[in-house]
Every structure is written in C-alpha cells, then in structure tokens.
Design a protein around this ligand. Sequence first.
Ligand code: SIN
Ligand code: FE
Length: 292
Amino acid sequence: MNPPVECLDIAEWRPPLPDGVSVRYTAALEDGNVLYCPKLRFALSEPELRFLDPAVLGDNAKSLAFDPATGTLKHARGDQQKIAGMMQRYADAARTLVCSVLPRYASALQTGRTSFRPAGIEGRSTSLAKDDTLLHVDAFPTSPVADRRILRVFSNANRSGKPRHWRLGEPFADVAKRFYPQVRRPLPGSARVLKSLRLTRGYRTEYDHAMLAIHDVMKRATEYQRSVPQTEFFFPPDSTWIVFTDMVSHAALAGQHLFEQTFYLPVSAMVDQEKAPLRILERRAGRPLAAT
Ligand code: SIN
Ligand code: FE
C-alpha cells in the first residue's frame, strides 16, 4: 500500500506553477491525498530560534494558539509581541501557499487558528479522545464547522533532524461505512442547549455531532487501530504539507516543533462537493446533515 501522498516540488510559498497543475493538486487533495512539499521550509529568524524551547509553552496546553483575526495569543511564555509576530508570519505564509497552489479556493477560504507545538509528542499523557497518536479524523467539540471543510497546513520546524512521524489510514468512505452506523442521532434540542450555554461556538449540526462521534469511536476501537490498513510517513524538518484533516485518517506518533494553520473551506467551494465527508455521510443518512 502506498501512502496517500502527492509530492509537490516547490520551494516557495508563492511558487510559480505551470498552467493546469493546480487542477491536478486540487483533485488529489479532494480525493484524500496529503499534498507534501518536501522542500518548502518555514524559516525562523535568528532571534526566533529561542522560541523552539518547550519552556515557551506557558501552561499545560500542547500548543501555543494564535488567532490571526484578532491577534490574540494564548499559552505562550516570553515576548508576546515577537511570538505573535512569528505566528502571524506563519498564518500569512500558509494562506499564500493555499491560495497559490489551490487558487480555486482563494476567494472562499476562511482563516482559523494558528498553532505551534514546541514540545515532543512522545510521552504526552492525555485522555483517549485527545490522544492524537491514534488514527482519527479531525472534529472540533466546541467549534462546529457545519457545511465547511477543515483544511490544515503543517510545517516541521525542527532543527535537530527529527521528522514528524505520522500514520495514514483508510479512505473516509471506508471509515464512514464502518463507523457511521454506530452513530446515534443527537438528542432533540441538544444542539440548541449547547449553543445557549455557550458550550459550543455556534450550532452543533448533525454533521458535527456525527464527526465527533466517529472521531471518538475510531480512537476507542483498539482492534481497528491495530489492524486497519495504514502506512507510515515521515515529514522531515523543513518540509510542509497540506491536508483535509476532516477526511484523511491520521495519527501523529513522534516529532517536535510543528507549525499548523487551520482554514475552513465551504463545501460549496470544492471542485467536487460529492467527495466531502459531509456529502458522504449525507448519502448514508439519506438526509441533509448540516442544517442549523
Ligand atoms: C493531529 O492533527 O492529529 C496532530 C498533528 C500533529 O501533531 O502532527
Ligand atoms: Fe488530527
């Protein structure tokens, strides 16, 4: 089994691309491939290298979190302005990349959080639901996506040769076939209660409910984790990759110093909406799932 990875030979965040290749990359991404750029590096300035020290994490969080829309920085210890500047630069670079490689998405692309994980993955004690060393698709408990995709850009900024070690699992259609039948419908009125108590930012649609349930049952399925077809992939330092993490089964086993930018893309902005997890689950359910 080959890993679902499409290699992009680019070394700039706004690369010159021959006509037509973006069509191929967009199709590969929508099909559930990782767009992997082995030579695309997020460079830190000399003074920023000090932020690679895990002591920059101000509390128990696993990541520094930055909101490019407001400039708010969380969980960081040290020079807040300089750290925010570094995070903003990553957010800008990631957006430039997506808009160049996937120009079709540019006008609809919404920018979410920027994160930086300065500590190693190994030995992080977490609950099963938060354990990203297990295969999963991404779903957010407090930020419903409704009819939007989760598109993420990752860059390995490690300076001591440590790759980011991932595992990639089966296609989403197979995940849905296996796990969607186990998903119970949300209790009537529960989404409204979650929203009014501000336990969610917005209305948790049936789709959000189902994706959270799939995320959790997948992680709890010990035998599945062991036996499902999966491939290893090692993202070396100074590489970058783009993934629809709501669709690609992934697990992060090892690595240190990861930048990540989250984007949201309305399903309607895809070349082929039928490939969206939302549409795949709706075909199984026989009804719309993103109504609010
Ligand atoms: C994840 O999105 O599951 C974690 C990615 C990583 O930390 O490499
Ligand atoms: Fe994930």
